[in-house]
Every structure is written in C-alpha cells, then in structure tokens.
Write a protein that binds this ligand. Structure first.
Ligand code: NIG
Ligand code: FE
Length: 413
C-alpha cells in the first residue's frame, strides 16, 4: 500500500546521499525541497521530489494533501528513562526550596525514590504506565526512542524494567533501543558498599539480562557522588564482553572524566555534558562518540548550560535528547527540546533540526534507517499544521504544530 503526500510546502531534511551524522559547520545546513511530494510504500520511503516531477503512481494509493504544511522526519529521542513508576512532583517542591540534586539524592529521594516505587508494582502495571508515556511522545512527533533501565537497582527490578522495554518494542510502532543502566545509583541495600554493588551489577544482573537478550547498550552514571571512572571502566568492560556498546551519563555534575572514559570505550554517545572544557572537546574531536545534550534536565534542575555552541564551533556534532524521566525532565516533548536548545544553547533552527533527527538517530545506532527523508529509510514522518517557516517550530514553543503522524508507513493520527 502506498501513501502519496502532495503539495508539501517544504519537505524537510531530505538526503540523496545519506550521512550517518552531521558535525560542526555541516550542522547549519538542512536540505529541503519546496512544493514537494513524498511517496511511502509499506513501511519505507520510496520516492520524493518537486511536485513538477511527480511520477504516475500505479495501483491504489492513499493521497494526503499538505498545502501550506511541512513534512519532517520523526524525532529520534536517544536518551530517556520513560519506563518508571509513579512520579516525583513532591521532590520538585524541595528543589524549588533550594535543595540540590545531590542533596535530594542523599535524603533517599531522587533515583532511590523511583526505585522504591518501581519495585512495589507489577510488571504489567509498569508496562501500562509506560505505554501512556509512549503514546504521548508518539503524539508529539517521536518515531524512535532509547529507553534505559536503572530504577530497579536489583536483579528483579532491573529485569522487570528491561522486560517492559522489550514488550514496548513488540507492541508499539516506535523504533526502540534498550539500554542497561544498572549503575544508576547505589540502592539502599548496598549503602556504603558501592564496590560490592558494582560487582553485583556485573556478576548478577548483567549476565541475566544478556541471557534474555534484553539490552542493546550499556550505561553508567559516571559523575560526582555516583560512579567513579574506575567503576565505569569496569562496568563498560563487562558490557563489551556481551557486545554492548556504551552510552553514558557524563559530566552533568562535575568534570568527572566521564567523557574521556566514554571515548576510551568508543561509546556511541556521552550524554548531559554540562561540564565540558578544552580537554573534553579534544577527546571528543578524536572520536566517533556523539556528544548529546539534554536541555530539559538542565532547564528543570536549573543547571549551568552545556557549551554546545563552543562544541559545534570546534567541529563537533551535537545531539539533543529529552532525558524523559521522573526526576530531572518529566517530559519527552522533543519540540520543546528544540526551543530549549535554541534559546538556552544558541543553536540555529538548522542545527537544532539536525540535532533532534539524524544526530540522535546516530546516538541510537540507527541513522542508517531513520533520522532523515531518504529513499529506503523507514517511513516515520510527521506533517505539521500550516506553518510559515522551519524557524517557527522552535519559536512557537507552546503550540502543538503536529497535524498527522505516520509511523512504519501507517497513519497513526
Ligand atoms: O539523566 N543523571 C542521572 N539520571 C537521570 C535522572 C534520573 C532521576 O533523577 O530519576 C538523568 O537526569
Ligand atoms: Fe538520563
């Protein structure tokens, strides 16, 4: 079955020769076609071009009129924790009163609070709660998402999370990648025995997760007050044995050395990056690792902003993800991340679009199949409401501008 979308005001982020990522100056270019058509066949992008070159289409097809509207590739959100139990708005109040992220964590709040809630509910209930968030991000234009474990912090809890992620992969139209984040925090049971917990993650949880093939990637919260460089090294080495490439939380709270250890392990991405200096930029320059910023978390926690401008100007790529989680970014709205990225990080409209599509696709290891409009890529796209320009997306930061969602070549709504 084919879908023809015609009279598209602008078909955004088209590629004739698909790239896996875009870096530095290249980020300020977005290829697009004015007054365009797009043909989807089954779950694949079959053809696109200017309306004046629209070919004859054989057989039955569905036609969608897109006059005054734009078509974008679906957002790829390469960093989330959207499988969680309950919510943490009460802690948010503590934050407003001035307690820091680390102070809340020390009070047994933060990640440990979510771990307690998660270990109390059934796998089914966790699936139902998470499915609501999946449906919400689909309606906001996301077509691919990475989801981490890390609120179980016990064998049962971590497997519960990873199995829920697997079920979401099987039952929803999103492309989903799963990341094992056993080393997210030290659970109550191991208080004061962090190195024993690291061994437990490596020797007890990881092998079981591997038996059921539940994880695609491995993550560690490598930062001040959480896991050290040495512990991160050890966990990532263990991940390598199971073929799990790293995607790590780094340099959110300090110059933790997390970026360098990520690069040493050829991590697919290093994420957060509030603390980045010349040393860190140099390490990233000599690597294939995608620097990923999480503007929602920095906004919500009132943290210093990552020097994204400096990184792009130094020739680095940047990806922008939501970090959807109950503590530091309770939203997976990627259009809102576009606005945060432009206002707070001084990224241009073109840079931001690259950062939420092709570069986040790279940071999930799927930029060969999604993240742009290219022949043979997945038919994951959205049609906007009538909008005047691509700049309008980030500018109209409180408006829902998404009209039609198509995933795997099917109109979702
Ligand atoms: O990416 N920084 C570490 N982990 C999450 C926060 C998780 C939480 O507070 O629940 C993050 O922001
Ligand atoms: Fe995170």
């Amino acid at each position: 079955m084919r879908i023809l979308i015609k009279n598209i005001k602008k078909l955004v982020q088209t590629e004739d020769k698909p790239k896996l990522k875009v870096c530095g100056k290249e980020m300020s270019t977005i290829n697009s076609i004015d007054n365009a058509y797009l043909i989807l066949k089954d779950d694949i992008i079959e053809d696109f071009g200017e309306m004046k070159h629209l070919p004859e289409i054989e057989g039955n097809y569905k036609c969608i009129e897109a006059k005054n509207k734009m078509v974008f590739p679906s957002f790829c959100d390469s960093h989330t924790h959207l499988v969680y139990a309950g919510s943490r708005e009460i802690e948010y109040n503590d934050k407003i009163k001035g307690l820091s992220y680390e102070e809340i964590a020390k009070k047994g709040g933060g990640i440990l609070n979510s771990a307690k809630l998660l270990n109390e509910i059934s796998e089914n209930e966790l699936y139902e709660q998470s499915l609501k968030r999946i449906n919400e991000i689909i309606s906001q234009g996301t077509g691919a998402v990475e989801i981490k474990s890390g609120y179980g912090l016990s064998l049962e809890g971590e497997l519960k999370m990873l199995r829920v992620i697997k079920r979401l992969k099987e039952t929803t139209p999103l492309i989903i990648k799963s990341t094992f984040l056993g080393a997210h925090a030290v659970p109550e049971k191991f208080k004061g025995k962090q190195s024993q917990y690291v061994d437990y993650v490596i020797n007890e949880i990881l092998p079981k997760a591997n038996e059921e093939k539940l994880a695609d990637y491995i993550d560690v919260f490598c930062d001040k007050g959480f896991f050290t460089i040495e512990e991160t090294d050890k966990i990532l080495n263990a991940g390598t044995k199971y073929g799990l490439q790293a995607k790590i939380h780094a340099n959110e709270l300090d110059y933790s050395g997390g970026i360098q250890i990520g690069v040493k392990h050829n991590a697919l991405s290093v994420d957060h990056l509030e603390y980045v200096g010349d040393e860190e930029i140099k390490a990233l320059k000599d690597s294939e690792t995608m620097p990923t910023i999480l503007p929602g978390a920095a906004f919500f926690l009132n943290m210093p902003y990552s020097p994204a401008r400096k990184m792009i100007d130094a020739g680095l790529p940047i990806a922008v993800a939501s970090d959807f989680n109950p503590g530091s970014s309770p939203t997976g709205n990627m259009k809102l991340m576009m606005s945060f990225a432009s206002v707070n990080y001084k990224m241009t409209a073109e840079e931001v679009i690259n950062a939420v599509t092709i570069n986040t696709a790279y940071a999930m290891g799927i930029s060969n199949i999604t993240g742009s409009i290219a022949k043979g890529k997945k038919a994951n796209i959205f049609i906007t409401k009538p909008i005047p320009s691509i700049e309008y997306m980030a500018y109209a930061y409180g408006s829902n501008l998404i009209d039609t969602i198509i995933l795997n070549g099917k109109v979702i709504h």
